[in-house]
Design a protein around this ligand. Sequence first.
Ligand code: GLU
Length: 432
Amino acid sequence: MKKQPDIHLNLNVRGLPLSATLAINEISNDLIKQGQPVTKLGLGQSPFPVPQVVEEELKVNAHQKDYLPVAGLRELRGAVADYHHRTHGISTAPENILIGPGSKELMFILQLVYYGDLVIPTPSWVSYAPQAHIIGRHIHWLETDASNQWKVTPECIEELCHKDENKPRLVILNYPANPHGYTYTEKELKALAKKFRKYKVLVLSDEIYSELDYDGNHVSIAQFYPEGTIISSGLSKWCGAGGWRLGTFAFPNNMKWLLNAMATVASETFTSTSAPIQYAAVRAFIGGLEIERYLANSRRILHAIAKAIVSRLQNAGFDLVMPDGAFYIFPDFAPFKKKLNQRGITSSSKLCEVILKETGVAMLPGESFGRPKDELTVRIAFVDFDGARALTAAEQIPLDQTLGEEFAKQYGGGCISGVEKIIDWLNETQAE
Ligand code: GLU
C-alpha cells in the first residue's frame, strides 16, 4: 500500500511510533523468522500459562456470543469487588467496578474523560505519557532517584502541588513497578496518601503486578486514600493472559460520575469486553487453592530468577538492588560509560541496538520509560523461559522452600544465558 502523507494525521499522533514494548516484540519475532536467534527480554509478557481451571472455563464459555453490559458482566464485577476485599482489604461494590479490554484501554479512556494534568514518575511504563500526548494533556514527570529505588516521595508531590493547589491532577503510581520491580512500603504509601489527600489529587494505582510481589505482601494505597484512588488491575500479568485483553478498574464509592463517563465512552468505542473472556475471568478472580498455588510458585520462580540475574550483574560491576516483584530489572550501565562512549554508544537506544545486533539479546532502552536519552539505563524483562516447565518443577518442591541459584540456572532459560551474554559482551567491549 502506498504510504499516506503524515500531514493528514491529527497533530497529536503525527510522528508517534508504535509503542516500544510491542515494537521490540515484533522486531524480535521478525529476526527469529529470518533465522536469527533472539533472547527476548523486550516485551513484558508473562511466561506462565493461564491456570488450567481458568482455561477450562474459557472453553466451556466459547459459545457466549451476546454483547455484554458496557461496564462488564455483573458476575465478573462482583468477583473483582470480592477479590479486592479478600486480597487487599479494600471494600468496594460491584457497581464500582469497570471492565475493559485491557487496563491500557481503560487508562486511555480515563485520561480522555478526566480533565487534568498527568503526573508520572520517571521512569514509568511506556504508554502512560503517549496516551496523554495523544489526548492533548499536559504531562508532568516527577524526578526520582536510582539510589531511592526510583520512588516518588511526598516531598516531590508537595513541591509540585503547593504552587497551584487547585489544579486537577491525575497521578499514576505503579507498584511493583514496570520498569524496575520496586514497590512501596506501607509507611511510604501512608505518607504519599497524606499529600494526595491534602491536594485532592486523583490517584490511579496501577496494581497489575500486585500478585507478583515476591513476598506476597502487596499493600494498596487505596487502604490509606480510599476516596481518591482508582485501582487498576487485570489478567495480563498474574494470570498469564496478556493476549486475552481483560482489565479492571475499581472506583471509590464517590466516583460514580467518573465511572459513568468512562462507560459512555466505552459504549461509543469498544462496546463491551469479549464475552467468553469475561466469563472465564470470573473463575480467575474467584481464586481458590489451585490459583493460590499457581501464584505462590510463580512468585518464587520469578524471585529466584531475579536473584540470579541481579547477583550476576552485581558481580560484573553494576550498582543494583534486588527488585521486590514483577519480572523487570532496570540496570544502569553508568560504570561502563567511558568505554561505551568511546565505542560511540552514548544513549540507551544505541546501547540496546548494539547489544541486539552483537549478542541477539533484545531489551528496551531507559529512554522509552522517560529517562534522559544519554543515561545508559535499560529494562530487562526476564520472561524468556518456559513458564510451564518451571511451574511443574516448582510444584515438586515444598512451598516453604525458596528456590535458589540451581533452580534459576536450570529453568531460567534465556533470562540467565541472555544476561550472561550481555556481561560477556561488556567484558569484550574495548574502546575503539
Ligand atoms: N506491559 C508490558 C510491557 O511493559 C507489555 C504490554 C504493553 O505494553 O501493552 O512490556
